[in-house]
Design a protein around this ligand. Structure first.
Ligand SMILES: C[S@@+](CC[C@H](N)C(=O)[O-])C[C@H]1O[C@@H](n2cnc3c(N)ncnc32)[C@H](O)[C@@H]1O
Length: 221
């Protein structure tokens, strides 16, 4: 997706993806499957984080949280809505908005230069925000920045693409696609798959017959 597409979405407040609460699948699987074995204060990276309340939930569980987000509007809205005052510093490709244990790096995720650094990643609506031709680059970038043994909690959506009135994002990403994307270098475990058509008004209105949400534990070999 062009960067301008997302900047326009934030400027025009077209952020239907934003949830006013933390994600139930994060609450269900983060400690039980993904990060429960990690010592307190491990760092979790949240790619394409928007102004997600999940950042706060993760911090409440005593993780250091680093989000990456293209839009400075998203970052400033996050901190002002949470009544937090960040310090802002700019280094190279990113502006860092930070308060205790929580930082949003404003810039392009694909410009992260770290290697073998992160051991915990939370992805809700990040992989699926990208069109198929960018998804492979996204997985390559995850591979670059994570260390062997890293865990990712990934939440994907796939839907009835017969109905071509639905144009992503989110881009329908089927279990087969997830398995193919992570086929090399990763172990893939499906944690849960459920029909969420009833909760997804946007899809229902457009005539979708089904929408599935799937939670995954992805482990880097
Ligand atoms: C579908 S939203 C999901 C936001 C968040 N994960 C959530 O659950 O609310 C995708 C977000 O990714 C951001 N984004 C898109 N491309 C990006 C990039 N290359 N680097 C960093 N952020 C990006 C957009 O601005 C948008 O806020």
């Amino acid at each position: 997706m062009e960067h301008q597409f997302w900047h326009n979405k934030w400027e025009q407040k077209q952020i239907g993806f934003h949830l006013p609460h933390s994600h139930p699948l994060l609450e269900k699987y983060w400690l039980s499957q993904t990060a429960g074995h990690k010592p307190g204060h491990a760092t979790v990276l949240v790619p394409l984080c928007g102004k997600s309340i999940d950042l706060l939930w993760l911090r409440q569980q005593k993780f250091n949280v680093q989000g990456v987000e293209l839009s400075a509007i998203a970052a400033s809205d996050f901190f002002s809505e949470q009544q937090l005052t960040p310090t802002i510093t700019t280094k190279k490709d990113f502006s860092h908005y930070s308060v205790d244990q929580l930082e949003i790096m404003v810039g392009d995720f694909f410009k992260l230069s770290e290697t073998n650094t992160y051991s915990l990643i939370y992805d809700r609506a990040a992989l699926i925000a990208l069109p198929q031709k960018m998804q492979k680059n996204y997985i390559d970038k995850l591979y670059q920045i994570t260390a062997p043994g890293s865990n990712i909690l990934l939440i994907t959506l796939d839907y009835d693409t017969q109905n071509d009135t639905i144009i992503g994002p989110p881009f329908s990403t089927s279990p087969q696609q997830v398995e193919q994307l992570f086929a090399n270098n990763w172990q893939v475990k499906q944690l849960e798959r459920a029909d969420v058509l009833q909760q997804e008004g946007k899809f229902r209105k457009k005539g979708a017959q089904w929408v599935y949400e799937t939670a995954w534990l992805i482990q880097r070999k």
